[in-house]
Design a binder for this molecule. Sequence first.
Ligand SMILES: Nc1ncnc2c1ncn2[C@@H]1O[C@H](COP(=O)(O)OP(=O)(O)OP(=O)(O)O)[C@@H](O)[C@H]1O
Length: 315
Amino acid sequence: MTPTRPVPAADAAASGGPPGLDIVCDGLVRIFTSEGVEVVALQGLDLEVRRGELVAVVGASGSGKSTLLNILSGLDVPSAGSASVAGHDLLTMGRAERLRYRRTTVGFLHQQATANLLPYLSAIENIQLPMLFASGQRDERTTRAREILQVLGIEECAPRMLGELSGGQQQRVALGVALANRPMVLLADEPTGELDSRSSDEVFGAIRRANEELGTTVVVVTHDVHVSEQVSRTVAIRDGRTASEVRRHVTRGADGGELVISQEYAVLDRAGRLQLPKAFVTALGLRDRVRLELEGDHIGVWPEQPREGQGEEKP
Ligand SMILES: Nc1ncnc2c1ncn2[C@@H]1O[C@H](COP(=O)(O)OP(=O)(O)OP(=O)(O)O)[C@@H](O)[C@H]1O
């Protein structure tokens, strides 16, 4: 399900990142201070995304999803840890590199289409606008904008003003703006959050085509189960850490039809920590300490038992 395609031109020259990986976050920490109170939004988050992958990020409100996207987009800087995107070190890059990075390496799609669009420009003019800040001739910009409109399935919208477009069409034009400078990575924050299910399908279909036909690596934050179930990897964030992952692949069933197999994994960080799923913790009443036992090919986890003859352990 994860295609391998040509690297987008805008950042093909970027070097220094691990081969085949577009995003690498290691022990990422972001602490906000608000009115003297510290809020730890990310507490040692690890994440790797391969070139050309389409990954969904899910998690409860306040778990740190937007904080992660803001860091990956170059808008915000982490407090500690390391993060690199397409070979750019997000902690150490200077102002000029950060500006170039935000213009050409990453594209950002917001929940509200209007955040990416100017109402007094047509759809194609909106898509051409970010290209003015990168290199290229006028003809080249027009050709590329038309190609993008075609990939996103909205060629007929080229001359229309925003008021003449449906919500789903506006969001696809906004996606075109995010893709205008051929970014290596597209970051989308709840891109279907304000749309009905038909428009949501159209927008997510356009994101998939950008991933498959333009080779753009995509990270999409979503609460939309319909979206997260359509990607090969969904990463769940809990309390500022990547807690678990669902991987899906398509196989053939006994009747020859397509069968989607999905498997949930807990994420083990470099220090050996993992978060047990809440349902498992509740089912066995686990708390404070658990007993571990190494078996031949797995580890057993048991609730702590009072020691024989001693009853409850004293503090
Ligand atoms: N600028 C800020 N100042 C102080 N605290 C912040 C700031 N930005 C985020 N936070 C806090 O950091 C935590 C993570 O917030 P974040 O917006 O990343 O969560 P989220 O998973 O995107 O939530 P939602 O799904 O509601 O958008 C929250 O406790 C939030 O209140």
